[in-house]
Write a protein that binds this ligand. Sequence first.
Ligand code: NAD
Length: 438
Amino acid sequence: MENLEKAIPGKTAIVAVIGLGYVGLPVACTLAQTGFKVLGIERDQTKAARISKGISPISDQEPGLAELLTEALSSGRLQVGTDHEQCGQADVILIAVETPVDPDSRAPTYEALRGALTSLGPHLKPGALVIVESTIAPGTMQDVVRPVLEESSSLKAGQDFHLAFCPERVMPGKLLANLRECNRVIGGATPEAAELARELYRHFVRADLDITDTLTAELVKATENTYRDVQIAFANEIALLCENVGADVHQVRDLVNKSPLRAMHVPGAGVGGHCIPKDPWLLLHGTQGQLQAKLIPTARSINDGMPLHVAQLAEESLMTEGVAMEGAKVTVLGYAYLENTSDARNSPTIPLVERLRSMGATVTIHDPHFQEYDLDLEEAVSGRDCVILMVAHNEYRALDLADLRAWVSTPVLIDGRNVWGKTRTEDLGFIYAGVGNR
Ligand SMILES: NC(=O)c1ccc[n+]([C@@H]2O[C@H](COP(=O)([O-])OP(=O)(O)OC[C@H]3O[C@@H](n4cnc5c(N)ncnc54)[C@H](O)[C@@H]3O)[C@@H](O)[C@H]2O)c1
């Protein structure tokens, strides 16, 4: 077990990264750049084949990742494959697979996590360090990761191998920068495991590496994303109240935030991505027991309701022009969940479009970051009754509103991201409704 104490600081340890997605690929490339030999293991064969040819699935939105991947592959320090048997060579194994929740029960499915652990187990080297980076419910290291790994490897955690949890705090669009610059929490199943993990991250993290136990680290990660979800829900509720009394939530927010210790979030047309919509459910799954939490599920429901509220704003604004939603031609700008990316996981545009279609509208989706929605913008909005902005992509921020006014048939504009502003658009003759400002 003492081998790693030298191999990690000396960079002679071989590191395997299981799961080469938004988290795993940047980590694998960064470790290779740092000087480690890295084995990237990805179960999606097409993805693995493309990555091993130097084609990153997310390089279009991640500054520097394409170059880093090319460098890691050409230096020979990164090898990519689909076979978990390669983990037999690894001294350190990072697990960065997806951890979604079931859409009905909201419980984590852990299909990918269990798969990664059972595939790793038979090849796990005695003395190795296993670090879970995926976000998991509190208690999962103890109740799922440890028993599954012990059973599939016939080794004992803390005795035959080291086990730690070190969640990621990265954001798509800033993955590489966040990896290096964000403070990290490291939960060790033992203090030795935490120390070894800290030695590894010390090679590339220029921020605090805080050590604790696995349960505390699990709580920290799930809580920080839940905090964000609840804060956004609060801002969204204030937006709805402002709409009710004819006030502008953005002006209210700006002035609220001039008060000491206030940092109200930005309201908007919904919350998406792989993490924020599911991490509150992970937190509750691991902690609720007999207690029925109230605030966190309510916040989820407020945020999930925002795209439907946008559909309602569109319907009411169309009505003022004498146009019914049934048969209306509507264009939705933005399919991604995040501006200037092509990540559509849990995008609020998806339930919005479903709702508009169920109301009888003919809907066109436009998004320059998706091949299937990368239509000519003029064509996508010409002759439409309503244009709804769901994502603040740079292309939409730069749009000439006078052109837009000339292209549409009925000038109804719904701004889900406070990009265009009421006064500016109304001066051009639009009927404008924004979230929290109509
Ligand atoms: N996306 C983010 O910005 C972000 C930020 C912080 C934390 N996280 C957390 O990190 C984890 C990973 O998220 P992601 O966004 O990278 O997911 P992702 O879906 O982009 O990537 C996961 C990858 O793992 C692969 N995979 C699944 N099971 C596998 C197995 N058994 N063996 C090998 N490969 C396997 C998948 O094919 C996929 O390519 C999640 O728990 C997420 O909550 C994500």
